[in-house]
Design a protein around this ligand. Structure first.
Ligand SMILES: Nc1ncnc2c1ncn2[C@@H]1O[C@H](COP(=O)(O)OP(=O)(O)OP(=O)(O)O)[C@@H](O)[C@H]1O
Ligand SMILES: [Mg+2]
Length: 289
Protein backbone atom coordinates (compact mmCIF):
# COMPACT_ATOMS: atom_id res chain seq x y z
CA UNK A 1 0.00 0.00 0.00
CA UNK A 2 2.71 2.46 1.05
CA UNK A 3 4.74 1.44 -2.01
CA UNK A 4 1.83 2.38 -4.24
CA UNK A 5 1.46 5.76 -2.59
CA UNK A 6 5.19 6.43 -2.95
CA UNK A 7 4.86 5.54 -6.63
CA UNK A 8 2.12 8.11 -6.98
CA UNK A 9 4.25 10.72 -5.25
CA UNK A 10 7.06 9.87 -7.69
CA UNK A 11 4.80 10.54 -10.64
CA UNK A 12 3.90 13.93 -9.22
CA UNK A 13 7.53 14.91 -8.53
CA UNK A 14 8.57 13.91 -12.04
CA UNK A 15 6.63 16.94 -13.23
CA UNK A 16 8.91 19.33 -11.31
CA UNK A 17 11.40 20.12 -14.13
CA UNK A 18 8.49 20.92 -16.46
CA UNK A 19 6.72 23.00 -13.83
CA UNK A 20 9.90 25.03 -13.35
CA UNK A 21 10.33 25.42 -17.08
CA UNK A 22 6.79 26.56 -17.78
CA UNK A 23 6.04 28.54 -14.64
CA UNK A 24 4.35 31.86 -15.50
CA UNK A 25 4.49 31.01 -19.21
CA UNK A 26 1.54 31.57 -21.49
CA UNK A 27 0.30 28.48 -23.30
CA UNK A 28 -2.26 29.15 -26.00
CA UNK A 29 -4.47 26.15 -26.60
CA UNK A 30 -6.62 25.87 -29.69
CA UNK A 31 -9.39 23.47 -28.91
CA UNK A 32 -10.73 22.28 -32.22
CA UNK A 33 -14.34 21.68 -32.94
CA UNK A 34 -13.37 18.31 -34.30
CA UNK A 35 -11.81 17.24 -30.97
CA UNK A 36 -14.68 18.65 -28.92
CA UNK A 37 -17.26 16.14 -30.04
CA UNK A 38 -16.97 13.72 -27.10
CA UNK A 39 -18.41 15.27 -23.93
CA UNK A 40 -16.56 13.05 -21.39
CA UNK A 41 -13.29 13.89 -23.06
CA UNK A 42 -14.25 17.54 -23.10
CA UNK A 43 -14.62 17.53 -19.33
CA UNK A 44 -11.19 15.95 -18.98
CA UNK A 45 -9.58 18.48 -21.28
CA UNK A 46 -11.09 21.31 -19.25
CA UNK A 47 -9.81 19.77 -16.01
CA UNK A 48 -6.33 19.49 -17.51
CA UNK A 49 -6.49 23.19 -18.45
CA UNK A 50 -7.56 24.17 -14.92
CA UNK A 51 -4.73 22.01 -13.58
CA UNK A 52 -2.20 23.89 -15.74
CA UNK A 53 -3.42 27.19 -14.35
CA UNK A 54 -3.28 25.95 -10.77
CA UNK A 55 0.33 24.78 -11.12
CA UNK A 56 1.49 28.18 -12.34
CA UNK A 57 1.09 28.26 -16.12
CA UNK A 58 -1.21 30.63 -17.97
CA UNK A 59 -3.39 28.68 -20.38
CA UNK A 60 -5.49 30.67 -22.85
CA UNK A 61 -8.19 28.78 -24.72
CA UNK A 62 -9.26 29.55 -28.26
CA UNK A 63 -12.02 27.33 -29.54
CA UNK A 64 -13.41 26.34 -32.88
CA UNK A 65 -16.70 24.65 -33.52
CA UNK A 66 -16.74 23.57 -37.15
CA UNK A 67 -18.79 20.38 -36.82
CA UNK A 68 -21.46 22.04 -34.68
CA UNK A 69 -21.71 25.02 -37.03
CA UNK A 70 -22.17 22.59 -39.91
CA UNK A 71 -24.96 20.75 -38.07
CA UNK A 72 -26.78 24.03 -37.39
CA UNK A 73 -26.39 25.15 -41.00
CA UNK A 74 -27.75 21.86 -42.31
CA UNK A 75 -30.77 22.16 -40.01
CA UNK A 76 -31.45 25.51 -41.67
CA UNK A 77 -31.00 23.95 -45.09
CA UNK A 78 -27.70 25.72 -45.76
CA UNK A 79 -24.88 23.64 -47.22
CA UNK A 80 -21.50 24.51 -45.58
CA UNK A 81 -18.97 25.77 -48.10
CA UNK A 82 -15.18 25.76 -47.83
CA UNK A 83 -12.40 26.97 -50.08
CA UNK A 84 -8.91 25.74 -49.25
CA UNK A 85 -9.93 24.91 -45.66
CA UNK A 86 -11.58 28.31 -45.09
CA UNK A 87 -15.31 28.63 -44.55
CA UNK A 88 -17.28 30.80 -46.94
CA UNK A 89 -19.36 32.92 -44.55
CA UNK A 90 -22.47 34.58 -45.95
CA UNK A 91 -24.83 36.64 -43.75
CA UNK A 92 -26.91 33.63 -42.66
CA UNK A 93 -23.79 31.56 -41.93
CA UNK A 94 -22.33 34.42 -39.87
CA UNK A 95 -25.48 34.44 -37.73
CA UNK A 96 -25.01 30.73 -37.09
CA UNK A 97 -21.31 31.22 -36.30
CA UNK A 98 -22.13 33.89 -33.70
CA UNK A 99 -24.84 31.72 -32.20
CA UNK A 100 -22.83 28.49 -32.05
CA UNK A 101 -19.37 29.82 -31.20
CA UNK A 102 -20.19 32.93 -29.25
CA UNK A 103 -23.42 32.09 -27.50
CA UNK A 104 -23.22 28.34 -27.08
CA UNK A 105 -19.74 26.82 -27.07
CA UNK A 106 -17.96 29.76 -25.40
CA UNK A 107 -20.39 29.84 -22.50
CA UNK A 108 -20.26 26.08 -22.16
CA UNK A 109 -16.47 26.04 -21.84
CA UNK A 110 -16.46 28.95 -19.37
CA UNK A 111 -18.97 27.19 -17.12
CA UNK A 112 -17.09 23.89 -17.37
CA UNK A 113 -13.91 25.65 -16.21
CA UNK A 114 -15.79 27.15 -13.28
CA UNK A 115 -17.25 23.77 -12.42
CA UNK A 116 -13.75 22.30 -12.43
CA UNK A 117 -12.65 24.92 -9.89
CA UNK A 118 -11.04 27.54 -12.12
CA UNK A 119 -11.84 31.17 -12.87
CA UNK A 120 -12.70 31.94 -16.44
CA UNK A 121 -13.73 34.82 -18.63
CA UNK A 122 -15.29 34.42 -22.06
CA UNK A 123 -14.52 36.73 -24.97
CA UNK A 124 -16.67 36.40 -28.04
CA UNK A 125 -16.83 38.95 -30.76
CA UNK A 126 -18.56 42.07 -29.49
CA UNK A 127 -18.42 40.88 -25.88
CA UNK A 128 -14.92 41.88 -24.86
CA UNK A 129 -13.83 42.69 -28.40
CA UNK A 130 -10.33 41.30 -28.15
CA UNK A 131 -9.86 40.31 -31.78
CA UNK A 132 -9.79 43.14 -34.30
CA UNK A 133 -10.55 41.97 -37.80
CA UNK A 134 -11.03 42.89 -41.42
CA UNK A 135 -12.25 41.04 -44.47
CA UNK A 136 -10.08 38.22 -45.72
CA UNK A 137 -9.52 38.09 -49.46
CA UNK A 138 -8.21 34.69 -50.36
CA UNK A 139 -6.23 34.33 -53.56
CA UNK A 140 -6.49 31.38 -55.92
CA UNK A 141 -3.52 29.78 -57.73
CA UNK A 142 -3.65 32.48 -60.44
CA UNK A 143 -3.70 35.27 -57.87
CA UNK A 144 -7.39 36.14 -58.37
CA UNK A 145 -9.21 37.40 -55.27
CA UNK A 146 -11.89 35.07 -53.91
CA UNK A 147 -14.79 36.48 -51.92
CA UNK A 148 -15.37 34.47 -48.73
CA UNK A 149 -18.02 36.86 -47.38
CA UNK A 150 -17.70 37.52 -43.66
CA UNK A 151 -14.62 35.37 -43.30
CA UNK A 152 -12.13 37.63 -41.64
CA UNK A 153 -8.50 38.07 -40.93
CA UNK A 154 -6.95 39.22 -37.65
CA UNK A 155 -6.01 42.90 -37.68
CA UNK A 156 -4.80 43.06 -34.10
CA UNK A 157 -5.29 41.65 -30.61
CA UNK A 158 -6.03 43.74 -27.54
CA UNK A 159 -3.43 41.77 -25.68
CA UNK A 160 -2.97 44.14 -22.74
CA UNK A 161 -6.61 43.69 -21.87
CA UNK A 162 -6.23 39.92 -22.10
CA UNK A 163 -3.07 40.00 -19.96
CA UNK A 164 -4.93 41.89 -17.27
CA UNK A 165 -7.43 39.05 -16.97
CA UNK A 166 -4.70 36.41 -17.14
CA UNK A 167 -2.78 37.98 -14.28
CA UNK A 168 -5.92 38.32 -12.23
CA UNK A 169 -6.07 34.52 -12.28
CA UNK A 170 -8.57 33.97 -15.07
CA UNK A 171 -8.43 31.48 -17.91
CA UNK A 172 -9.54 33.44 -20.98
CA UNK A 173 -11.77 31.56 -23.41
CA UNK A 174 -11.98 33.13 -26.85
CA UNK A 175 -14.28 32.46 -29.77
CA UNK A 176 -12.70 33.09 -33.11
CA UNK A 177 -15.00 36.00 -33.92
CA UNK A 178 -13.37 39.31 -34.76
CA UNK A 179 -14.84 42.79 -34.86
CA UNK A 180 -14.25 45.20 -37.76
CA UNK A 181 -13.86 48.97 -37.67
CA UNK A 182 -17.55 49.51 -38.24
CA UNK A 183 -18.54 47.04 -35.53
CA UNK A 184 -19.27 44.28 -38.05
CA UNK A 185 -18.37 40.76 -36.99
CA UNK A 186 -16.10 38.39 -38.86
CA UNK A 187 -15.68 34.66 -38.72
CA UNK A 188 -12.00 33.91 -38.32
CA UNK A 189 -10.43 30.50 -38.71
CA UNK A 190 -9.81 29.49 -35.08
CA UNK A 191 -6.29 28.24 -35.82
CA UNK A 192 -5.37 31.63 -37.25
CA UNK A 193 -6.95 33.44 -34.31
CA UNK A 194 -5.00 31.23 -31.88
CA UNK A 195 -1.74 31.93 -33.69
CA UNK A 196 -2.29 35.69 -33.60
CA UNK A 197 -3.17 35.56 -29.92
CA UNK A 198 -0.08 33.43 -29.18
CA UNK A 199 2.12 35.88 -31.08
CA UNK A 200 0.71 39.00 -29.38
CA UNK A 201 0.90 37.40 -25.94
CA UNK A 202 4.45 36.16 -26.63
CA UNK A 203 3.32 32.70 -25.63
CA UNK A 204 5.82 29.96 -24.87
CA UNK A 205 3.78 27.40 -26.75
CA UNK A 206 0.75 27.10 -28.93
CA UNK A 207 -1.00 23.75 -28.83
CA UNK A 208 -3.63 22.82 -31.40
CA UNK A 209 -5.88 20.00 -30.27
CA UNK A 210 -7.54 18.33 -33.21
CA UNK A 211 -9.00 15.00 -34.32
CA UNK A 212 -5.95 13.48 -36.00
CA UNK A 213 -2.65 12.31 -34.52
CA UNK A 214 -0.84 15.31 -35.98
CA UNK A 215 0.47 16.13 -39.43
CA UNK A 216 0.53 12.96 -41.50
CA UNK A 217 2.81 12.38 -44.48
CA UNK A 218 1.27 11.12 -47.75
CA UNK A 219 1.66 7.51 -46.53
CA UNK A 220 -0.30 8.28 -43.36
CA UNK A 221 2.73 8.24 -41.05
CA UNK A 222 2.91 10.78 -38.25
CA UNK A 223 5.50 13.53 -38.69
CA UNK A 224 6.70 14.20 -35.14
CA UNK A 225 8.80 17.26 -35.84
CA UNK A 226 8.85 19.70 -38.71
CA UNK A 227 10.71 22.97 -39.27
CA UNK A 228 9.37 25.97 -41.15
CA UNK A 229 11.30 25.07 -44.31
CA UNK A 230 9.85 21.56 -44.54
CA UNK A 231 6.35 22.68 -43.56
CA UNK A 232 6.39 25.33 -46.30
CA UNK A 233 7.42 22.64 -48.75
CA UNK A 234 4.59 20.35 -47.64
CA UNK A 235 2.04 23.12 -48.20
CA UNK A 236 3.42 23.91 -51.66
CA UNK A 237 3.57 20.21 -52.59
CA UNK A 238 -0.12 19.85 -51.74
CA UNK A 239 0.38 17.13 -49.11
CA UNK A 240 -2.02 18.92 -46.76
CA UNK A 241 -5.70 19.41 -47.35
CA UNK A 242 -8.81 20.79 -45.68
CA UNK A 243 -8.46 22.17 -42.16
CA UNK A 244 -4.83 21.06 -41.94
CA UNK A 245 -3.76 23.85 -44.31
CA UNK A 246 -4.71 26.81 -42.07
CA UNK A 247 -3.51 24.78 -39.07
CA UNK A 248 0.04 24.31 -40.32
CA UNK A 249 0.12 27.85 -41.73
CA UNK A 250 -0.90 29.15 -38.30
CA UNK A 251 1.85 27.14 -36.61
CA UNK A 252 4.37 28.61 -39.04
CA UNK A 253 3.10 32.12 -38.37
CA UNK A 254 3.32 31.64 -34.60
CA UNK A 255 6.88 30.30 -34.52
CA UNK A 256 8.05 32.95 -36.96
CA UNK A 257 6.58 35.57 -34.64
CA UNK A 258 8.57 34.24 -31.69
CA UNK A 259 6.38 31.56 -30.12
CA UNK A 260 8.90 28.92 -29.09
CA UNK A 261 7.11 25.85 -30.42
CA UNK A 262 3.73 25.06 -31.95
CA UNK A 263 2.16 21.63 -31.56
CA UNK A 264 -0.61 19.79 -33.35
CA UNK A 265 -1.87 17.02 -31.09
CA UNK A 266 -4.65 14.47 -30.97
CA UNK A 267 -7.42 15.82 -28.79
CA UNK A 268 -9.04 12.36 -28.75
CA UNK A 269 -6.23 11.01 -26.59
CA UNK A 270 -6.92 11.27 -22.87
CA UNK A 271 -4.75 13.88 -21.12
CA UNK A 272 -3.12 14.79 -24.43
CA UNK A 273 -2.27 18.23 -23.05
CA UNK A 274 -0.49 16.85 -20.00
CA UNK A 275 1.39 14.33 -22.12
CA UNK A 276 2.55 17.13 -24.37
CA UNK A 277 3.65 19.41 -21.55
CA UNK A 278 5.01 16.95 -18.99
CA UNK A 279 6.98 14.47 -21.06
CA UNK A 280 10.15 14.93 -23.11
CA UNK A 281 8.85 13.35 -26.28
CA UNK A 282 5.36 14.73 -26.32
CA UNK A 283 2.80 13.52 -28.81
CA UNK A 284 1.73 14.75 -32.22
CA UNK A 285 3.66 17.11 -34.45
CA UNK A 286 5.95 19.83 -33.17
CA UNK A 287 6.57 22.81 -35.44
CA UNK A 288 9.84 24.61 -34.76
CA UNK A 289 11.61 27.49 -36.41
N1 LIG B 1 -1.67 15.76 -44.09
C1 LIG B 1 -2.63 15.76 -43.18
N2 LIG B 1 -2.39 15.31 -41.93
C2 LIG B 1 -3.35 15.32 -40.98
N3 LIG B 1 -4.63 15.75 -41.20
C3 LIG B 1 -4.96 16.20 -42.42
C4 LIG B 1 -3.97 16.24 -43.45
N4 LIG B 1 -4.56 16.78 -44.55
C5 LIG B 1 -5.85 17.04 -44.21
N5 LIG B 1 -6.12 16.71 -42.92
C6 LIG B 1 -7.43 16.90 -42.27
O1 LIG B 1 -7.42 18.02 -41.37
C7 LIG B 1 -8.40 17.80 -40.36
C8 LIG B 1 -8.20 18.73 -39.14
O2 LIG B 1 -8.66 20.03 -39.41
P1 LIG B 1 -10.16 20.53 -39.08
O3 LIG B 1 -10.23 21.98 -39.44
O4 LIG B 1 -11.12 19.61 -39.73
O5 LIG B 1 -10.32 20.33 -37.50
P2 LIG B 1 -10.09 21.37 -36.29
O6 LIG B 1 -9.31 22.55 -36.78
O7 LIG B 1 -9.51 20.57 -35.19
O8 LIG B 1 -11.55 21.82 -35.86
P3 LIG B 1 -12.25 23.28 -36.09
O9 LIG B 1 -11.90 23.70 -37.49
O10 LIG B 1 -13.69 23.02 -35.91
O11 LIG B 1 -11.71 24.18 -35.06
C9 LIG B 1 -8.22 16.34 -40.06
O12 LIG B 1 -9.38 15.77 -39.51
C10 LIG B 1 -7.87 15.72 -41.42
O13 LIG B 1 -9.02 15.18 -42.03
MG1 LIG C 1 -10.02 23.85 -38.44
Amino acid sequence: MLEKLIERANVVIEALPYLLKFKDKIIVIKYGGAAMENSDLKEEVIRDVVFLKMVGMHPVLVHGGGPEINRFLKKKGIEPKFIGGYRVTDVETMKVVVKVLGEKINGQIVSMIKKAGGQSKGFYGKKGEVIKAFKYWKKDAEGNKLDLGYTGQVGGIKYRYLLKWIHMGYIPVLSSIGVGKGGEQYNINADKAAAAIAAYLKAEKMIMMTDVRGVLDPTGKLISEVNTYRADKMIKAGSLSGGMIPKVKSCLYAVRKGVNTAHIIDGRVRHALLLELFTDHGIGTMVKK
